[in-house]
Write a protein that binds this ligand. Structure first.
Ligand code: SF4
Length: 367
């Protein structure tokens, strides 16, 4: 790791080092900024570990504006650990519908059941116990432990990586094993143990609102006097990432088979790692999207008997973190809707909301 040390006088480029990075001065500036600039968010108004947990999980891959609506709806339906533990997985997934990354919802559900059986329904109060819950990693455990219980654990998320890498001009790749270790140690060494919850929230909020990924307004930044990246002209080069995520391309031809306000749905397989246990239209997955002509001779359609195939499909692309899914929807109206494919079920359009559907399906239905 190349990192500017406190009191360092020169660097490889010959530029003069900034003034001593005083813990007190940067923290005072940060807290003052946080006090005036932080967003008013419902999960900041509580010390309830359950609510903080739900907010942290929702916000892992979701923007605050979108996450807020889900957070409020989720807590309205599942106000505590017990109500979440007692719900069916299908109901939890249905509440999560549209948020994506459904393993988060499955893990929340499993962890709530863990709390109900192993902790008598009371949210555990130590870092180790929280970290042992299903789906909770170092970041979430530290966030809950520090914000709910003021335990001295530093959080390191994307915002923290960015703020620390710039403040200290650290160029170790943040997606390397070494980088993760170094940034965790750095964050922990900087943690204000007198108020860890406030400290963690202030650093994350500063990264989210001020030290943003692209074009941060460094000229007006309260931490600029202590910022090594600003001093060295490295702001746009930090943080460093070593590798690009490999993206796999998939081709899904969906069959929207319906008749008289009824349609066919089928569950994704339990072993699926995209939308496990969610429901979708009958699907033909291939190395390309199928044409109407190819579809007419497909065994799936032959099972349906007499039908009308609307020849113009609806196409779009759905991007997930590691996958690019090319989707095509064909609308098919059989003379009689039969459940000939044993994996499918017939549901009415009124019942549709009871089934957790991936965003690609709801997006098509909204067209
Ligand atoms: S000066 Fe710029 S890079 Fe440095 S902490 Fe402030 S916003 Fe971030």
């Amino acid at each position: 790791m190349k990192k500017a040390k406190s009191g360092e006088e020169s660097n490889e480029s010959g530029a003069s080092a900034p003034a001593l990075l005083s813990m007190d001065s940067w923290l005072l500036a940060l807290y003052s900024w946080f006090s005036s600039n932080h967003r008013t968010l419902p999960w900041r108004e509580t010390r309830d570990p359950y609510r903080i947990w739900i907010s942290e999980v929702i916000l892992q891959q979701t923007r605050v504006n979108q996450g807020m609506e889900y957070y409020l709806r989720f807590l309205d339906r599942f106000p505590d650990v017990r109500s979440l533990a007692e719900a069916s997985e299908q109901e939890v997934l249905a509440m999560w519908q549209g948020l994506g990354y459904y393993s988060r919802a499955r893990n929340l559900h499993a962890a709530a059941q863990q709390i109900a059986t192993s902790h008598g329904g009371l949210f555990p109060g130590t870092y180790e116990e929280i970290r042992a819950l299903k789906g909770i990693g170092d970041y979430t455990a530290a966030a809950i432990a520090s914000i709910a219980y003021d335990l001295p654990y530093a959080v390191v998320d994307g915002n923290v990586y960015r703020v620390l890498s710039r403040l200290f001009a650290v160029d170790t790749p943040i997606d390397s094993t070494q980088g993760k270790k170094e940034f965790q140690q750095l964050a922990q060494s900087l943690l204000d143990t007198t108020k860890p919850g406030l400290h963690n929230q202030a650093v994350m909020e500063f990264g989210a609102l001020a030290c943003v990924p692209v074009s941060p307004d460094c000229t007006c930044c309260v931490l600029q006097p202590q910022c090594r990246a600003y001093e060295l002209g490295l702001v746009n080069q930090l943080p460093v990432k070593s590798k690009k995520t490999a993206v796999k391309e998939l081709f899904y031809t969906y069959l929207y088979i319906h008749s008289d306000n009824k349609l066919l749905l089928q569950p994704r397989s339990a072993g699926d790692n995209i939308w496990k246990n969610m429901y979708e239209f009958p699907l033909i997955e291939a190395d390309r999207l199928l044409t109407a002509e190819e579809l007419l001779s497909h065994p799936l359609l032959e099972q349906l008997g007499e039908l009308t195939l609307h020849p113009t499909p609806v196409d779009f692309t759905h991007i997930l973190s590691h996958r690019k899914i090319n989707v095509r929807f064909f609308q098919i109206e059989p003379n009689e809707l039969n459940n000939t494919n044993h994996n499918s079920i017939i549901v009415t359009t009124k019942e549709l909301h009871q089934y957790p559907l991936p965003r690609v399906i709801t997006r098509y239905l909204e067209c």
